[in-house]
Each structure stands twice: as C-alpha cells, then as structure tokens.
Design a protein around this ligand. Sequence first.
Ligand SMILES: Nc1ncnc2c1ncn2[C@@H]1O[C@H](COP(=O)(O)OP(=O)(O)OP(=O)(O)O)[C@@H](O)[C@H]1O
Ligand SMILES: [Mg+2]
Length: 246
Amino acid sequence: MALLRTIGLTKDFGALRALDQVDLEVQEGTLHSVVGPNGAGKTTLFNLISGFIKPTEGKVEFNNREITHLPPHQMAHLGIRRSFQIITLFPELTALENVRLAIQARGKERFSLFKKASDLRECLAQSHEILRTLGLAEKAEHKACELSHGEQRLLDIGVAMAGEGILLLLDEPTSGLAHDEIPMMAETIKRLTPKHTVVLIEHRVDMVLSISDTITVIDFGRVIAQGPPEVIQNSEEVSRAYLGVR
Ligand SMILES: Nc1ncnc2c1ncn2[C@@H]1O[C@H](COP(=O)(O)OP(=O)(O)OP(=O)(O)O)[C@@H](O)[C@H]1O
Ligand SMILES: [Mg+2]
C-alpha cells in the first residue's frame, strides 16, 4: 500500500520553480530515498510533505487521505515526522526520558496523567523498544548531552518515532557525522523498516544504493528517474544529472 503519495506537486518561489509536477509514491514499510544535486528541490519536497510550506499546485495524500492543507502539527499527529538537522533534544535529560516525553506529548489522550500504572509501563516499554531499535539500549540512562554526535542524531530520530504507522522524513541524517559513524547510521536507518516507513534525503550515493528499496532522483525540481537501486545505478540520465557528467 502507498502510505504517502504526492500528485503533481509544484512549488514556485517567485520566478523560481523549485519543484515541478512531482509524483511520488512511498510504499508502507519501505526505505525510499530521494537524491539529487544541491538545490534540486529535495528539502522543499519535505517542507511540502510535512506541511511547513504549501504547494503552488498539486496535492499530498497520506493513508489515502488528502492532507495538503493541514498545518504541520496535525500532519505530525497523523504520523508524518521529520527529523531536523538542528538536533532538538533536552540535553540534561536521559536518552530514555527524551523518548518517553515525546511519546507522552504525542499520545496526550492516552498517556497524559498516567492515570493507570499500565499506561506508564506501556510508555516505558515503547521507549525502551525505540532505543533498542536504534542500538541505543545501553545509553538509556545517559544524559543526551553525554552522547556522541551520531548517537544524538539517532536519539533525535527516536523522538520522531513515537507511535504507530509513522512516516519518518530524514533530511541528510549523516551530515556532520564522523566518517566511522556513517555505517552505523546507515544500518540503523535500514532497521527502522519495515516497522516504520522512511523517506531519506542523502548525498552519499553508495549508501543510498545499498540500503534503499526505491530511489527517486530529482534534478531541477523534476523527477528524472525512479525505481529500485539496480535501475537507478544503470540510468544514463542519472549519471548525467547526479554524477555531474553534464
Ligand atoms: N523559502 C525559499 N525561498 C526562496 N527560494 C527557496 C526557498 N527554499 C528553497 N528555495 C530555492 O529552491 C531551490 C530548491 O531548494 P532545496 O533546499 O529544496 O534544495 P535541496 O535539493 O534540498 O538542496 P541541498 O542538497 O543543497 O540541500 C533552490 O534553488 C533554493 O534556493
Ligand atoms: Mg536540502
């Protein structure tokens, strides 16, 4: 099933058409990467999908429901979550507390006052599960500020993961990471599927080719290729646009 669909998504900034008639279909439980040269329109696509900006034309559907005109907080509530490049953790709280707070904040009606001890137990169990998925189980009781840069970035993803049926939008999660932290990040992102659905913007072509189920290539705001890694790797159009062979 397509969890996310964009239909003819177009965004103009004044005279500049940053995105031009983008049709995207992200299947539930898959890792779908979006690649393209600098300024191709990738972050603009995320801004549109998460409601931070509104399209000039076209629409966004989530779970077969049109959501184009919902405000960002409602989109987040439905399950469209974005990790930001500026990490937004509570530095003095532990890794576990950071995730737990996110779960509580998201499930207000369920966990608000911990009316029942079972709610608290469920909330904690979910928090531990998220940390385990991210390979952070052993860091549960460490303060966020004590974690490495890569671990903080993972925890930031964890904060976005609270809940079911989540679509995670990750914009260059490897940027600023030390070289030896990158394989760990790539493996962890892969491990988020199929429980979660991930759309990944990433400059590292090798990484994208090795972990993605589907890749969409954007150049000058247009989709120039779309398909599984094998197809993208052999596409002449992609070599021309993305590998700089113009
Ligand atoms: N708010 C804005 N106002 C005006 N122009 C914008 C705005 N946001 C983006 N643009 C322009 O739209 C185009 C696409 O930008 P975008 O940030 O989506 O590219 P990108 O693919 O994410 O690039 P990068 O790989 O460098 O992150 C660029 O030419 C950019 O300058
Ligand atoms: Mg960008």
